[in-house]
Design a protein around this ligand. Structure first.
Ligand code: NAD
Length: 266
């Protein structure tokens, strides 16, 4: 039996990351940059983009709201002008949406969450497809562990993440014959500003300590741990590399094994 060095991500690949200026997307972008890839991000927040580019001058960016077709078209025009190809699309954009029971959700809040979390993935994917067919590249979408179960109080977010899994499996079937792989990553709670603000809000609403609410979230998974943005970036890198060359159509849990998402109602 012979052993050989494993090829990780190939340098010089062109990677587009939506909502890449901060949060998980920024860590994914910086991980690809550290592996000598060409990274283009889009993000709705111009200040966050400026901050990202200051720290990562080798990257490029377009300010865009992924829920607006014309702005996503500008992203792809910019990408085509700069690089003329695309190897990896990371559909990362997603807002938390309202925290409320379905009967209390305003239709406008529902529509906005679906527009960013689902439509944004579709708008980016449809324009990426011809480029990815040419490069035999891949799409990696960031869904959530809510796509394995329901999540009371988070209906539009949960519905959009389940829909991303459906879109992932369908795209994998449509694009597989052209050598394009499509996968979704389903992270549990990721350490960072977004999780901290959710925990602070829940603690305030329920009159409990931040530590008590943190514990509620930790008890949702078997490993009793949160996920880091680096964990997500590492799995994205794996899926984009030769190591993931036979993986497609999967919704991969990165969640310490979610046991429940209902215990915050206790
Ligand atoms: P975040 O709230 O930190 O936002 C990251 C970036 O998204 C920001 O720079 C923001 O400007 C940008 N953004 C927001 N709306 C946008 C829009 N309409 N168009 C373009 N950019 C937009 O998000 P995050 O916590 O880094 O989450 C990234 C992804 O991971 C999302 O899809 C989210 O649902 C998913 N996820 C997050 C967690 C978590 O605990 N944070 C857990 C599971 C899944």
């Amino acid at each position: 039996m012979s052993s050989k060095k494993i090829n990780a991500i190939q340098a010089e690949q062109v990677v587009l990351i939506s909502a890449g200026a901060s949060g998980i997307g920024r860590v994914i972008a910086e991980t690809f940059l550290a592996h000598d890839c060409h990274v283009h991000i889009c993000d709705i927040n111009a200040d966050a983009i400026a901050d990202f580019l200051e720290d990562n001058p080798a990257a490029s960016a377009t300010r865009a709201d992924v829920s607006t077709v014309a702005e996503v078209e500008e992203v792809f025009d910019d990408l085509a002008g700069r690089y003329g190809r695309l190897d990896v699309l990371v559909n990362n954009a997603g807002i938390a949406g309202p925290t409320a029971l379905v009967e209390d959700i305003e239709p406008a809040e529902w529509d906005k969450t679906i527009a960013v979390d689902l439509n944004g993935h579709f708008y980016c994917s449809r324009l990426a497809i011809p480029l990815l067919k040419a490069s035999r590249g891949c799409i990696i979408s960031i869904a959530s562990n809510v796509a394995f179960t329901g999540c009371p109080g988070r209906a539009p977010y949960t519905a959009s993440k389940w829909a991303i899994v459906g879109l992932t499996k369908t795209l994998a079937m449509e694009l597989g014959p052209d050598g394009v792989r499509v996968n979704a990553i389903c992270p549990g709670s990721v350490e960072g500003d977004r999780l901290n603000s959710v925990i602070e809000r829940d603690a305030k609403e329920r009159g409990q300590s931040i530590e008590a609410i943190r514990d509620v979230y930790l008890r949702q998974n078997s490993l009793r741990s949160f996920i880091s943005a680096e964990d997500v970036a590492n799995l994205v890198l794996f899926l984009a590399s030769d190591l993931g060359s036979k993986i497609s159509g999967q919704a991969i849990g990165l969640d310490g094994h979610t046991e429940t998402l209902a215990n915050w109602l206790d």
